[in-house]
Design a protein around this ligand. Structure first.
Ligand code: PEP
Length: 241
C-alpha cells in the first residue's frame, strides 16, 4: 500500500472545491493507494462531507495548547471534534515563515496524541545544510527533539527537503531512498521496532512520482502544488501504485 497526502496550503475556495469534486469523482482511483488532503481549517467540514469515503481529510496545523487564552488558535481536541483525520505538524513553511521550533512542534505532537487525529510530522534540511552534507545530522536532531516523549501511535513522518518544496527541484531517487532509510533507522533508535510510515515530499508531480518514490523504503508522498489539481493528484497515486 502506498499513501498520497495532499497539502493545499492557503489555497482553495468553495468554487475550487466544486471543480475538484467533479474531477476527482470522474477518475478511477488505484486500488492499492490511500489518499488524504490537508485543507485550510475553514473547509474541513465541507471537504469531509464530500470526500471522507474516498479520501481522508485533515488539516495543516494545530495549536500547542489544549484550550484557553490563545486567540486565533485551534486545539487538537477541536480537530478531533470536527473529525480531522490527520494534521500536518512542523511543515517547513510553519518552521521558516512562522518561527516554529522543534520544541513547539513537540508540544503540538503531544497535544495531538491525546486525540484520535493522526500527526504527520514534517522534517527536512535547508539547501545550505544539504550542500554542507548536514542532512542526516539535521534530521536526527529534528526527529529526536520533535518526538521527545511522543508515542508511536497515530504517527507518520514526512521527509521534505526545504529546498525541494515548491521549487521544482528534487533530490535523486537514490538520495530519497537513502534518506528515508536513515529516517527509519533513527525512528527505530527512538521507538524500537515500529511501523511508522515515512513519506517523501518536495515537488512531486505525475512525471517524477514513479522514479522518485518507487523504492520499497518510501511509503508514499506528501504533495503540495500538484494536489490542487485532482487529475495530477490521482495520477501521482496511479504512478506509484
Ligand atoms: C508541501 O507543501 O509539503 C510540498 C511538498 O509542496 P510541493 O509539492 O509544492 O513542493
Amino acid at each position: 500500500m502506498k499513501y498520497v497526502f495532499g497539502n493545499w496550503k492557503m489555497n482553495g475556495s468553495f468554487d475550487d472545491i466544486k471543480k475538484f469534486k467533479k474531477e476527482f469523482f470522474s477518475l478511477k482511483l488505484p486500488k492499492n493507494t490511500k489518499f488524504g488532503i490537508a485543507v485550510p481549517f475553514v473547509y474541513l467540514q465541507k471537504m469531509n462531507e464530500i470526500f471522507s469515503k474516498k479520501c481522508e481529510i485533515g488539516v495543516q496545523n494545530v495549536g500547542f495548547a489544549d484550550f484557553g487564552e490563545f486567540t486565533g488558535e485551534i486545539s487538537a481536541k477541536m480537530l478531533e471534534d470536527t473529525k480531522a483525520k490527520f494534521c500536518l505538524v512542523g511543515h517547513s513553511e510553519r518552521r521558516h515563515k512562522f518561527g516554529e521550533t522543534n520544541e513547539v512542534v513537540n508540544q503540538k505532537l503531544l497535544s495531538l496524541q491525546k486525540t484520535k487525529t493522526k500527526a504527520i510530522l514534517c522534517v527536512g534540511e535547508t539547501k545550505e545544510e544539504f550542500e554542507q552534507k548536514k542532512t542526516k545530522k539535521v534530521l536526527k536532531t529534528q526527529l529526536e527533539k520533535c518526538l521527545k516523549n511522543v508515542g508511536v501511535k497515530n504517527l507518520i513522518v514526512a521527509y521534505e527537503p526545504v529546498w525541494a518544496i515548491g521549487t521544482g527541484l528534487t533530490p535523486t531517487a537514490k538520495i530519497v531512498e537513502d534518506t528515508i532509510l536513515y529516517v527509519k533507522k533513527v525512528l527505530n533508535q527512538i521507538f524500537g521496532e515500529n511501523e511508522i510510515l515515512v513519506l517523501y515530499g518536495g515537488s512531486v508531480k505525475p512525471e517524477n512520482a514513479n522514479a522518485l518514490l518507487k523504492s520499497k523504503a518510501v511509503d508514499g508522498a506528501l504533495v503540495g502544488g500538484a494536489s490542487l489539481d485532482a487529475k495530477k493528484f490521482v495520477e501521482i497515486g496511479k504512478n506509484i501504485a
